[in-house]
Each structure stands twice: as structure tokens, then as C-alpha cells.
Design a protein around this ligand. Structure first.
Ligand SMILES: *[C@@H]1O[C@H](CO)[C@@H](O)[C@H](O)[C@H]1NC(C)=O
Ligand SMILES: *[C@@H]1O[C@H](CO)[C@@H](O)[C@H](O)[C@H]1NC(C)=O
Ligand SMILES: *[C@@H]1O[C@H](CO)[C@@H](O)[C@H](O)[C@H]1NC(C)=O
Ligand SMILES: *[C@@H]1O[C@H](CO)[C@@H](O)[C@H](O)[C@H]1NC(C)=O
Ligand SMILES: *[C@@H]1O[C@H](CO)[C@@H](O)[C@H](O)[C@H]1NC(C)=O
Ligand SMILES: *[C@@H]1O[C@H](CO)[C@@H](O)[C@H](O)[C@H]1NC(C)=O
Ligand SMILES: *[C@@H]1O[C@H](CO)[C@@H](O)[C@H](O)[C@H]1NC(C)=O
Ligand SMILES: *[C@@H]1O[C@H](CO)[C@@H](O)[C@H](O)[C@H]1NC(C)=O
Ligand SMILES: *[C@@H]1O[C@H](CO)[C@@H](O)[C@H](O)[C@H]1NC(C)=O
Ligand SMILES: *[C@@H]1O[C@H](CO)[C@@H](O)[C@H](O)[C@H]1NC(C)=O
Length: 472
């Protein structure tokens, strides 16, 4: 088989520039030693393929072929060992090894050369064995439906059989047969829903393929959600992972795509899964950005589409350069409140990331432990039924321990108390009559914050029957 390679090189296969000068040969794609697009081999025979290229090579082969059944030997080759050669060998080929074999560049797998290999076995005309359990195929109206009953010999032509129906043959228009693909129904209608199998007659013996259960796909996305609220905050260099989940009716197929700031430079990678539940389908797609950069901040959209239907969810991602605490009073560091007010909230302006621990002190002691009327609401301190004794110095301590960040702020609370006259509490007594010219002390005790100033008013005694006219 070696001489095939030489033939290829000398006849200028894939950009061989030098006239027989091997050293100048460049391989746009790897080159296989087989000069055709297909090979037919009998079962139990050895399949051997040789491939040559100017970079490291790797192979892709049919799923029916286990890795342990394939022997691959890589070597350097060429006059000055400047090329890479790879030899694939399957010592006992079997019908289910039928399929496409591809030799490609390990680090540029789209550059490849392929070969279709049929491994003929008159007792197994279908690649997928009859004993395999039925498989489900999803049909979309007006989209081609493929019944993948591939065969092991290019000469075989199968017929398609619907259960309890008459066999369908290729008709060159709507039903096409291809030994490498199976049947393709170009424009299926609802009559293609149900159980199908393929049949082939080899040496006068009829063989059946495995069974295919054709379902109709519907497009009904029930719900789409992200495993985060509308906004995500993270630090530069951290990993971001968003899980977008869609639920849909049974038989629905969906595509989940992401739009995000780093999409153009492939900052993220995604991972998909489908979970079948008895009553619905669940799909999820996880977008991961391993190391966030500032440029990754912005809107992340998960878009779920199924046929014509489309639903989406968004999250806004904020990326901080470093952890921080920003703490300042909202309106000066002295605040005033009226005693008797139902409640008062001490809430300085606080922005921090990651989320900090917050403790309030009153006059140096933990506030919540001092009075049952004090409680925290988020990062604010709420005082219920404000009383005079609530006046004092309130300190909020803000801490992000894992980053050793600390900040504090002290607010002075002044509680204004409306002035009250102590004597009013006791029943006001008539001072009685006092002899003219003698001294009489009248007391007035009053309390209030700030301290009230006292003013005396004198009312002349009302003459009987007449209303009093106050006068200072
Ligand atoms: C091999 O390849 C050459 C050049 O591409 C072509 O002329 C020839 O017909 C091929 N031979 C076979 C057996 O396919
Ligand atoms: C392949 O070899 C096995 C074991 O020797 C044998 O049973 C089988 O019939 C062979 N298959 C074919 C298609 O010759
Ligand atoms: C396919 O059929 C042709 C003609 O009937 C025959 O010559 C050829 O050997 C068959 N090929 C295979 C792989 O059976
Ligand atoms: C489906 O199309 C076939 C022709 O391909 C036609 O004979 C059949 O009546 C159609 N069935 C339905 C349910 O439309
Ligand atoms: C999609 O599903 C919802 C809820 O299951 C249902 O109400 C609605 O009719 C369905 N729409 C379609 C087009 O099937
Ligand atoms: C979302 O899901 C991903 C993937 O499981 C996980 O790594 C991430 O922590 C989740 N985010 C939230 C906010 O739960
Ligand atoms: C993503 O979210 C779905 C639904 O909440 C859950 O079933 C799935 O396990 C999550 N995936 C990961 C990797 O966390
Ligand atoms: C998903 O996207 C692919 C390619 O864009 C498209 O061929 C396919 O029909 C889509 N599937 C659904 C269920 O929308
Ligand atoms: C801010 O403080 C001033 C003076 O102390 C006061 O008049 C004003 O009502 C305060 N504003 C708010 C929103 O508390
Ligand atoms: C508040 O911060 C200052 C420095 O800004 C520090 O000296 C002081 O000890 C802190 N107070 C408390 C109670 O942590």
C-alpha cells in the first residue's frame, strides 16, 4: 500500500509543490493510501489504513467499533522523517464496523480525508443489529426524515415497512435510498408516524433491520429559567457558570444558545444535557467562563428556540476589579428624629462586594442586644417606637473578612422630645388666695429635647359670667 502514498505525492495530490522533492511536500489535508472513496471488505478480514500528513494525526471511526478493537500505530516517516504517518488496523472486521473512517489532524480536525468502509456479511445486511431495541426518531413536518437502516453491502437495496402497512420502496422523489444512510423521506407527512423497519433480501433470505419508532416533534417550550436572579456580581478572575434550563412538552426538541459580551472571542464554553421526565422534557445548557475579565460584564441572554417558538431569559453580569466597601452617611452624620415616631431607619449608603457582614453598635455595644425595639433590616438598623433613650452614637461595622476589608461609620442620633410641663401631670391646684403684698412662688417644671424655654402667661381672673381675655 505504500506505493499509493508515493503515487499520490508524485502526482501532486493536495498541494505537493516540489517535483518529486519530498521535503517540499505540504499536505493541506492528510492523505490516505486508498485511492477511492469507498472500500468493500468481507467480515473477518483485516482492515488496514495508512495515513500521512505533515502534522500529528488522529482517526475517527464508526461508533460500532470499540477503541480496544482498533490498533493505531503512529510514526515519523519520509526521507528525513519530516512527515507523520499513522496506521489503523482492525484485525477482524465485523458488519457493525461499517461506516466512515476519517484520518485528520489532531489539532485541526476539520482537515481530514475520509473513506467509507463496507464490511459485508450476508447474514447481517443491516449495520445495526436486528436485536437492538427500538429507537425513537423525531419527525418534523416538512423536514426530511431519515430512517437510518444502513447496510453492510453497497449492492443491497432495502424496502421500508410500516407496521401493518404495505412496504414502501424508493421512488426517487419523496423516498430516497442510500446504502450509507438508509431511507430519507424528503417531505414526510403524518402517515410517517409509527413503527417502521427496513427489509432486505440477501441470497433469497429476508432480513429485518431494528425497529424505528417515529414520533412527531412538537414545538412547545413551557418555561425557560436561569439559575440566578436578574443580576450576577463577580470578581475579575473568578469563574462564572450560568445554568439555563428549558422545560418543554414531550417530543419537543429545542436549541439553546447564548449571547454574551465575550461570545465573539469565545470567552465561554457551554455544555448541554437533555433529561426525559415522564410528563415533560428538560434541557439545560451551562455557559462557563473560566476566568472573568472586565470585558465580560454585560447582558447574558439564554435563548431557547424550537421551530418557530422562541423564549429567552437574561441576566446582567457585573465584574469588579477587586473587593470593596463604600460606606458613607446618606444625609450628614447627625440625624434627628421625633420621640414617639412609630419607627426610624438608620440607613447609611453602603455598597460592597462580595456581600459583607454588618453589625450595628449603639454607644459601643451591639445594638440588637441592648433593646428589643432594635432590629436589622438588610444592612439598616430600624428603631421601633422611638424614645428619648434611643439618642446616642450608632456605629455600623462593615466587614469582608476573607479579603480583610473593614469600614465603620458613626451616626449621632438626636431624639427630639416635645416639651411637657410636669405640673400638668398632677392635677393643677388652685393656688388659693394670697394676701396682697406677700410673696408666692409658682413652680413650673418642664422637660423636652432640646431643652425648652419657658414663658409665663398671665390671665386676669375672669369676672363672673364673662369669658377670660388672655393677656401676656
Ligand atoms: C487513482 O487516482 C488517479 C489520480 O487521481 C486516477 O486517475 C485513477 O483513476 C485512480 N484509480 C482508481 C482505481 O480509482
Ligand atoms: C467470522 O469468524 C467467525 C469465527 O471464526 C465465524 O464463526 C464466522 O462465521 C465468520 N464470519 C464470516 C462472515 O465469515
Ligand atoms: C455487487 O453486484 C455486482 C453485480 O451484481 C457484483 O459484480 C459485485 O461483486 C457485487 N458487489 C458486492 C460487494 O457484493
Ligand atoms: C402522505 O403522503 C403520501 C404520499 O407520499 C400520501 O399517499 C398520503 O396520503 C399522505 N398521508 C397523509 C396523512 O397526508
Ligand atoms: C403549549 O403548552 C401549553 C401548556 O402546556 C398549552 O397551554 C398550549 O396550548 C401549548 N401550545 C401549543 C401550540 O401546543
Ligand atoms: C448555576 O449553575 C451552575 C452549574 O451547575 C453552578 O456552577 C452555579 O454555581 C449556579 N449558580 C447559582 C447562582 O446557583
Ligand atoms: C441545571 O439546572 C437543572 C434544572 O434546575 C438541573 O436539573 C441540573 O442538574 C443543573 N445542572 C447542573 C450541572 O447543575
Ligand atoms: C437547531 O438549530 C439547528 C441549526 O441552527 C437547526 O438545524 C435545527 O432545526 C434547530 N432545531 C430546533 C428544534 O429548532
Ligand atoms: C437631610 O438633612 C437635612 C438637614 O439635617 C434635613 O432638612 C433633610 O430633611 C434631610 N433629608 C432627608 C432625606 O433625610
Ligand atoms: C473604625 O475605623 C477606625 C479607622 O477608620 C478605627 O480606628 C476604629 O477602631 C474603628 N472602630 C471600630 C469600632 O471598629
Amino acid at each position: 500500500m505504500m506505493h499509493f502514498i508515493l503515487v499520490c505525492l508524485f502526482c501532486g495530490f493536495y498541494g505537493a509543490f516540489g517535483k518529486g522533492n519530498e521535503q517540499k511536500v505540504r499536505f493541506g489535508v492528510p492523505v490516505l493510501d486508498v485511492n477511492s472513496t469507498q472500500v468493500v471488505l468481507e467480515a473477518n478480514k483485516t482492515l488496514e489504513l495508512k495515513c500521512r500528513g505533515d502534522r500529528e494525526l488522529s482517526w475517527a471511526f464508526p461508533g460500532g467499533l470499540g477503541r480496544d478493537q482498533v490498533k493505531v500505530v503512529n510514526s515519523r516517516c519520509g526521507k528525513t522523517r519530516q512527515h507523520f504517518c499513522s496506521n489503523l488496523r482492525v484485525s477482524r472486521s465485523q458488519a457493525w464496523h461499517t461506516g466512515l473512517y476519517r484520518c485528520r489532524y489532531r489539532h485541526q480536525t476539520q482537515k481530514q480525508q475520509s473513506l467509507y468502509v463496507y464490511v459485508t456479511d450476508s447474514r447481517q445486511p443491516f449495520v445495526e443489529h436486528t436485536d437492538m431495541s427500538p429507537t425513537v426518531l423525531y419527525m418534523k413536518v416538512r423536514e426530511p426524515l431519515v430512517i437510518p437502516c444502513r447496510v453492510t453491502n453497497p449492492n443491497i437495496t432495502a424496502t421500508l415497512v410500516k407496521y401493518y402497512g404495505r412496504p414502501l420502496s424508493q421512488d426517487q422523489r419523496n423516498i430516497l435510498w442510500n446504502s450509507r444512510k438508509g431511507f430519507t423521506i424528503q417531505t414526510p407527512n403524518l402517515s410517517y408516524i409509527g413503527l417502521f423497519h427496513c427489509e432486505a433480501v440477501v441470497d433469497g433470505v429476508k432480513h429485518n433491520s431494528r425497529v424505528y419508532f417515529v414520533h412527531r416533534t412538537v414545538s412547545n417550550i413551557t418555561e425557560v429559567y436561569l439559575n440566578t436572579s436578574g443580576s450576577v456580581q463577580a470578581l475579575k478572575g473568578e469563574r462564572l457558570a450560568l445554568n439555563c434550563t428549558a422545560t418543554a412538552e414531550l417530543n419537543t426538541r429545542v436549541n439553546i444558545t447564548w449571547d454574551y459580551p465575550g461570545k465573539r472571542n469565545n470567552a465561554g464554553s457551554s455544555f448541554k444535557r437533555l433529561v426525559r421526565h415522564p410528563m415533560h422534557m428538560l434541557f439545560y445548557n451551562i455557559l462557563t467562563i473560566p476566568k472573568l475579565r472586565r470585558s465580560d460584564r454585560g447582558v447574558y441572554t439564554c435563548r431557547v428556540t424550537s421551530g418557530e417558538q422562541s423564549k429567552q431569559q437574561k441576566a446582567v453580569v457585573t465584574v469588579y476589579n477587586r473587593p470593596f466597601i463604600r460606606l458613607k452617611p446618606r444625609n450628614g452624620s447627625v440625624v434627628e428624629v421625633q420621640a414617639g415616631q412609630k419607627s426610624y431607619k438608620l440607613s447609611p449608603k453602603l455598597r460592597a462586594f462580595p456581600s459583607p457582614e454588618v453589625v450595628w453598635l449603639k454607644d459601643g455595644r451591639v445594638a440588637a442586644e441592648q433593646c428589643s425595639r432594635y432590629h436589622m433590616d438588610g444592612t439598616s438598623l430600624v428603631i421601633r417606637d422611638v424614645a428619648e433613650e434611643d439618642a446616642g452614637k450608632y456605629t455600623v461595622l462593615v466587614r469582608i473578612q476573607q479579603h480583610a476589608l473593614y469600614q465603620n461609620l458613626t451616626l449621632t442620633l438626636l431624639v427630639n422630645v416635645s416639651p411637657e410641663i410636669g405640673e400638668k401631670a398632677v392635677s393643677l391646684q388652685d393656688p388659693g388666695s394670697v394676701p396682697r403684698g406677700s410673696k408666692k412662688l409658682l413652680h413650673c417644671t418642664s422637660h423636652g429635647v432640646p431643652p425648652p424655654h419657658i414663658q409665663w402667661l398671665w390671665h386676669p381672673c375672669p369676672s363672673k359670667g364673662l369669658p377670660a381675655a388672655p393677656r401676656a
